[in-house]
Design a protein. Sequence first.
Length: 95
Amino acid sequence: MSQKTLYGNYYLNSISQNPYRILGVTADASKKEITTNVNKFKAFLKVWKSISCEFDNISGTSKIDRSVDSIILAEKAIELPIDHLRWTFFWFVNE
């Protein structure tokens, strides 16, 4: 495997598996916005209702498999400032 391919997969996974994408928010979303989406997604999953967000259909990325576990993990993945910064580099922000 070439180094270019290795880094290419890393960057693609950093986008397709980005916690902000899983949570359906931008990287500059407030804690309140994140909590609102987390609670909404958990409620939807509880009644087997489908969830869709504007970031779900990004060309070249894999389909998002949202579950209660993946939502909890995504929320925890951005709790620490260093992790928040890491994932922010690979995600969108509002103007």
